[in-house]
Write a protein that binds this ligand. Structure first.
Ligand code: NAD
Ligand code: TYD
Length: 353
């Protein structure tokens, strides 16, 4: 038995690979294009492990997808691969349309052909699980109830619009072709292997380097943070017991404004790696806001709890402490990912702010 996963060298995908192989001997075939966000260093401890088959390739490559599906005959496809950073989608939306929409379409079509050829139990057990985001729902007002699965799609960035489009394709492939699909819409993740272009790892690595901590606008935008391994356990629960054609919201019941997150990171670093010049908070700088910045996301995760008994294992306090400790213990990983292209991105996004 095997699973085909896409994007398994990225942040959430590589955590999923580790999480899966910690408790299962089922092979993972991991297809990843190794964009700037994909990093084999996230999987280095699996070198030589026969349960992990890495394939360097693009989800838009139909011939490759056909070959992998026919060769490995997976019992499920788990689709993590995406362009995932809102700020990059603002500066260059083209790659988001290509990977998130065309890539999902190509994967759906290849999977449909493969699944159509399955018989009996193999066919009825097969699943296509699409990993998506709460950002498809748009932005909430301060007192509005959290997103449920029936909240209308109101995406506001090129990233969230491309993910919303991919969610719609997945839905349509179920309704039109009866494909056995499942979709998860998760809130903001944090944890090990998080690329330091996103808020939490950027604040940790900048603080340690004595660089400014750039807070967009007033810093009062709210996100609902979930430790990445809790997202992995939710995906496992949905794969095992989710109802075909359904979507499941995944979140940590943990809404926090960005400025509070930055203060928490600084306080942990003050405790674990104190600096002679005083608190890391001295590095905080309010900078120009993100265009079209969504003010608040919040996930109502009652459906996945009610139907599948899933709840996060970490509190924010335990998860953020583990995360900061991981970055302190993995300075070499940070240095590795801060390549020339990373420095070019930092210059493009922050120089004019
Ligand atoms: P990431 O950017 O860290 O990783 C994406 C991975 O996909 C990388 O390894 C990259 O090389 C690979 N990839 C990109 N384009 C590809 C292509 N054309 N073909 C094959 N591989 C390709 O992203 P992430 O944060 O790990 O997110 C994974 C998934 O989870 C995405 O679909 C994202 O929308 C979703 N999601 C992320 C979050 C979050 O907080 N990070 C929250 C909810 C949902
Ligand atoms: P991010 O990690 O990019 O995730 P998303 O935009 O998908 O929610 O950003 C999280 C929040 O942090 C978001 O409100 C934007 C804000 N932010 C900053 O204030 N400064 C930064 O340098 C970055 C990267 C993000």
């Amino acid at each position: 038995m095997s699973l085909l996963i896409t994007g398994g060298a990225g942040f959430i995908g590589s955590n999923f690979v580790h999480d899966w192989l910690a408790t299962s001997d089922e092979t993972l075939v991991n297809l990843d294009a190794l964009t700037y966000a994909g990093n084999l260093g996230n999987l280095v401890d699996l070198r030589g492990d026969p349960r992990h088959v890495f394939v360097h390739g693009d989800v838009c490559d139909r011939a490759l997808l056909d070959r992998l599906l026919n060769e490995h005959r997976p019992r499920a496809v788990l689709h993590f691969a995406a362009e995932s950073h809102v700020d990059r989608s603002i500066l260059g939306p083209g790659a988001f349309i290509k990977t998130n929409i065309e890539g999902t379409f190509t994967l759906l079509e290849a999977t449909r052909q493969y699944w159509s050829g399955l018989q009996g139990d193999e066919r009825s057990a097969f699943r296509f699980l699409h990993v998506s985001t709460d950002e498809v729902y748009g932005s909430l007002g301060p007192g509005a109830p959290a997103f449920t699965e029936s909240h209308p799609f109101e995406p506001n960035s090129p990233y969230s619009a491309s993910k919303a489009a991919s969610d719609h394709l997945v839905r349509a492939w179920h309704h039109t072709y009866a494909m056995p699909v499942l979709t998860t819409n998760c809130s903001n993740n944090y944890g090990p292997y998080h690329f330091p272009e996103k808020l939490i790892p950027l604040m940790i690595v900048n603080a340690l380097a004595g660089k400014p901590l750039p807070v967009y606008g007033d810093g009062m935008q709210v996100r609902d943070w979930l430790y990445v391994r809790d997202h992995c356990s939710a995906i496992r629960a949905v794969l095992a017991g989710g109802r075909i054609g359904e979507t499941y919201n995944v979140g940590g019941w943990n809404e926090k404004p960005n400025i509070e997150i930055v203060h928490t990171v600084c306080a942990l670093l003050d405790e674990l790696r104190p600096h002679a010049e005083g608190s890391y908070k001295r590095l905080i700088r309010h900078v120009a806001d993100r265009p079209g910045h969504d003010r608040r996301y919040a996930i109502d995760a009652r459906k996945i709890e009610r139907e599948l008994g899933w709840r996060p294992a970490e509190t924010f306090d335990s998860g953020i402490r583990k995360t900061v400790q991981w970055y302190l213990a993995n300075a070499a990983w940070v240095t590795d990912v801060q390549s020339g292209s990373y420095r070019d991105w930092v210059a493009a996004n922050y120089a004019a702010r």
